[in-house]
Design a protein around this ligand. Structure first.
Ligand code: SF4
Ligand code: MSK
Length: 673
């Protein structure tokens, strides 16, 4: 029997999403929300206890002592399922990094049009860190060498993925000691598939050790390379004013929505929409101009560098089309629902696939090629403009939230320390004094099995009140942006943040929730944590910092890889919702081996651990307990919010409200008539 469908208010907390769900219901159009209600998850598969690796199966473990036809035990089956998810996530991120490295190589050699090296300083700093000569050399020469070095990390067969050298020294030693130092990014991903073929690795802990090696190759390898090169080519983000939510779509403009993950095409689309000839082309159709906006991490990429508005996060891709105002949805890779093609058929929207890795039946495919980037971007934009005349009625929700994204680790150093002494010292000092109780990175997807955006925003707000500074990426960042948490005003609102955190936000002029970018930009968080260690006072490795990672509404395999490399870096990682290897330990004790190993077992080895929790209040409690435990281990003062909140603007504002006589007394120390 089908489950009861949720009301729009139960399905999402976002009023724009609720409006579009009501509209969809009226038109009898299904969305991920209704499909999630109608789709009962397989209870054996969702516990990780189904194996379909060979055709002797699928083997479903339902009883204690039962094994697969080949004799595989339930913990082997669960570990194999988990590592396959982690390797797919690592492959997706790392292939993105490879694409960026090829683009850098071609830019360096003048082989492609439209791209330039925007951040020469970052290029030189990174190159020097790998002993690539920089003095007296042009940016192109340096970039060519860096691109070669980065490209070689993917196919490297032995040695160490060179970007792992950017981890704290203690951490590198630990990875060497535990045998999880990645040799080559691709090699580890391939080995995941080899090890999990029928009749290979059949020891759960041994399988999962390789999962860690693969994930480290993603976070400290492929993802880090993707972030580095995006910054070199498109600029290292710094705060800009942006807008978020479906209300960024404009009724009188041609709306082109870019969706997916990579900035290479979307940057070119943004660029050509500024060309006078293209603007004229749009105006000739009767439109006021062209409005580019984004969904998911392609949105984050162009938002944080160019201030291009975000139409929404993962669960809003279908809803954007439902407005009837999207003339073209241009997609690249990852997190693109096949359902958008079906929904687009009810409207005039054209779905355009552009990657040689991604075609969707029913979509128009225009192959992107960096060698002709400008021409192809113009072709795509012109198609969107041509489609404007086919629009019917539109229903664009009237809701836009301003935000300030763009907190790269470089900018955070600058914001805290100033341009002449860029430093994380004030952050370390604030954590040590207790003004900031700890730091939480809240990242990851939406999942229609949860109430859209609720877990991201609820957990964020609760932790802010406890003086926890929040950094965010991906769809979590978009959720909190839509909720107004990425504005400076949010940082000085005592109803929203604790008194100590407020002082920091006030002094640094920063929002209490810092947008650090897209999914691959979780590597920025690794860099910040490494710099916090290097700054001193909070231990000599990442696992000692009062910090943790949360993915409250996770759904993708990339999230599993992110969680695993954060764990391997020393972080406590809590996923919301259900575990893909939950098992049934009460009935089948062996199915509890893997959940226990990725928590307690990994904590013994790496100082970090992974846990899955369904209840947001349990997540908040576990987060604060962990932060306080780490504070105590460092000998830091116990968190005490009453000690803070009486400095800076807070005092000034309180002073302003005093009657004149009291103001004078407070200024001169004696009553003054
Ligand atoms: Fe079944 Fe073993 Fe084949 Fe998996 S590998 S499907 S457990 S026989
Ligand atoms: S887009 S991986 S739904 S964060 Fe990076 Fe959002 Fe998750 Fe995709």
């Amino acid at each position: 029997m089908a489950k009861k469908r949720r009301t729009p208010q139960e399905a999402t907390i976002d009023p724009t999403a609720q409006e579009m769900l009501i509209f969809a219901e009226g038109l009898d159009i299904g969305t991920a929300f209704t499909r999630a209600d109608d789709m009962a998850a397989c209870p054996i598969g969702s516990d990780g206890m189904c194996c379909k690796i060979c055709s002797m199966g699928p083997c479903r473990i339902t009883k204690d002592g039962q094994t697969g036809v080949c004799g595989a035990t339930v913990d082997t089956i669960q570990a194999r399922n988990l590592i396959r998810g982690i390797s797919a996530g690592a492959a997706a991120h790392s292939d993105h990094g490879r694409g960026m490295a090829f683009t850098l190589k071609e830019v360096a050699n003048g082989e492609i049009e439209g791209y330039v090296i925007r951040d020469v300083a970052k290029l030189r700093t990174l190159a020097a860190g790998y002993d690539i000569p920089i003095e007296g050399r042009s940016p192109s020469e340096v970039a060519d060498d860096l691109a070669d070095l980065y490209l070689s990390q993917f196919g490297q067969q032995s040695g160490v993925v060179i970007t792992t050298k950017r981890a704290p020294e203690q951490r590198q030693k630990l990875w060497e000691k535990t045998g999880v130092m990645p040799r080559g990014i691709d090699r580890e991903i391939v080995e995941c598939l080899h090890r999990t073929h029928i009749g290979d690795d059949q020891d759960a802990e041994h399988i999962l050790q390789h999962a860690v090696r693969t994930a480290v190759g993603d976070g400290w390898g492929g993802s880090m390379i993707a972030t580095d090169i995006s910054d070199i080519l498109f600029g290292t983000p710094a705060p800009v004013l942006g807008n978020a939510n479906l209300g960024v779509l404009k009724e009188d403009y041609v709306n082109i929505v870019v969706h997916g993950h990579e900035p290479t095409l979307s940057e070119m689309i943004v660029s050509v929409t500024q060309y006078p000839e293209i603007i004229e082309y749009a105006k000739a159709t009767g439109a006021e101009g062209i409005n580019v906006s984004g969904i998911c991490c392609t949105a984050n990429e162009i938002l944080m560098r160019q201030g291009i508005p975000v139409a929404g996060n993962f669960l809003q891709q279908e809803l954007a089309i439902l407005t009837g105002a999207v003339d073209s949805m241009v997609v690249d890779v990852q997190c693109i629902m096949q359902a958008i093609v079906g929904i687009a058929k009810h409207f005039h929207t054209e779905i355009v696939t552009t990657s040689d890795k991604v075609k969707i039946k029913g979509a128009t495919h225009i192959q992107f090629d960096e060698h002709h980037a400008i021409d192809i971007a113009k072709q795509i934009v012109r198609r969107g403009v041509d489609n404007y005349k086919n629009r019917g009625e539109v229903q664009i929700p009237d809701a836009v939230q301003q935000m300030v994204p763009g907190f790269s680790h470089e900018y955070i150093n600058y914001a805290l320390g100033g341009s002449f002494r860029a430093s994380l010292r004030p952050l370390n000092d604030a954590i040590m004094s207790g003004r900031i109780r700890g730091v939480a990175a809240i990242v990851g997807c939406n999942n229609p099995r949860d109430q859209h955006d609720y877990l991201h925003t609820y957990i964020t707000k609760e932790l802010l009140q406890q003086d926890v500074l929040i950094v965010e990426t991906g769809c979590s960042a978009i959720a909190c942006a839509k909720d107004g948490l990425m504005l400076g005003e949010a940082g000085i609102d005592l109803d929203q943040v604790g008194p100590g955190l407020r002082e920091i936000c006030e002094t640094g002029g920063i929002p209490p929730v810092l947008h650090m970018g897209s999914c691959v930009d979780n590597s920025r968080i690794l860099t910040i944590l490494t710099q916090v260690v290097a700054e001193g006072g909070l231990g000599d490795d990442i696992d000692q910092i009062p910090a943790l990672g949360l993915a409250p509404e996770w759904m993708s395999e990339k999230a599993l890889s992110i969680g695993t490399y954060c764990m391997a870096s020393g972080a406590y990682v809590i996923f919301g919702g259900s575990s893909p290897v939950e098992g049934k330990p009460d009935r089948i004790p062996e199915s509890g081996i893997v959940p226990k190993f990725i928590s307690e077992g990994w904590e013994k080895l790496y100082g970090g651990k992974i846990e899955f929790m369904a209840d947001p209040d349990d997540i908040i409690k576990a987060s604060l307990d962990h932060i306080d435990k780490k504070r105590a281990a460092l000998g830091l003062p116990e968190y005490d919010p009453t000690r803070f909140g009486q400095s800076g603007d807070a005092r000034m504002l309180a002073f302003e409200e005093l009657p004149l006589a009291e103001k004078r007394e407070s200024l001169y120390g004696v009553p003054v008539a």
